[in-house]
Design a protein around this ligand. Sequence first.
Ligand code: PMP
Length: 353
Amino acid sequence: MSRYWSPIVSRLRPYVAGEQPRIPGLVKLNTNENPYGPSPKALGAIRKVADDRLRLYPDPAATQLREAIAARFGLTAEEVFVGNGSDEVLAHAFQALLNHDLPLLYPDVSYSFYPTYSLLYGIGAIEIPVDDKFRIRLSDYDRPCGAIIIPNPNAPTGIGLPLAGIEALLAAHPDAVVVIDEAYVDFGGESAVPLISRYPNLLVIQTLSKSRSFAGLRVGFALGHRDLIEALVRVKDSFNSYPLDRLAQVAATAAIKDEAWLETSRRKIIASRESLVRELESLDFEVLPSQANFVFARHESRSGASLQLALRERRVLVRHFAKPRISEFLRISIGTDEECALLVSTIREILAV
Ligand code: PMP
């Protein structure tokens, strides 16, 4: 704290990211990265543009990338916004679309960046508790609001919502913007993208960080009616007109086009998730039903905090949230089958079973 800070800075509660270790050799199952490297075609595309052209600014509108995303989802480029990771896209959405006189609604439990952005932009938000099985109950959102944001599948629970529920929510709130954060949708969730043509109040946000294994590239995107997209562009151009560098633009374009790579990676991860769930259940964990590339699990008798620490001591990283209601849980990202097997054997060792 310093007298030079603006008053808002001392009130901020910044997001605390999961550990990105500096020592090699850890089994890293704590930040929902994809264990398989990105599409080789996308890596090749980076190499091809890593030359003298980097002295030039990139296309501020990322036209090629937006066109590739539009083609993939059956939309037009005016219905696509891209940013530096979906965190940045979310930040712009909070500022451009979620700040109204009536409150913003989002679930408690959900992505911990939402309260951070609400505070940063001075948005009056109401957290709607999930039910006793950690499910989002959409009928609880039937109340006056200016906007709603819901991750689907939810994070960190992994629980998905059916499309019919989302459509009912959109129809019930024609005057509110509804943002669906689909960071994990490719691992078995139902995407709301097909609803965009019928609901001008719907914004869907996705990322290349998870199913396309490009967390290090930082590319996320939003899809929605062109009026919503225009609001995001206005905020972007008032903040940083070049959010995506040249390398990110070409790599992301190639990654979006590599449908075969995506299909293989998501199938492998879904299969590994299902076998990890069975293993954890056999070790007396309760595992919430996951449609994501992670599972959220609590042990019958060992606390989440102590298990996380014991795993860390044995060089296995998983995520623990010291928050009410979810502090008994561990969030475990799906790794390769070898990594999942090592996690399970390490848990056996800790539990001495
Ligand atoms: N939304 C949710 C629900 C997430 O869990 C994450 C990952 N932390 C993000 C968005 C942001 O992902 P990225 O910025 O890597 O696109």
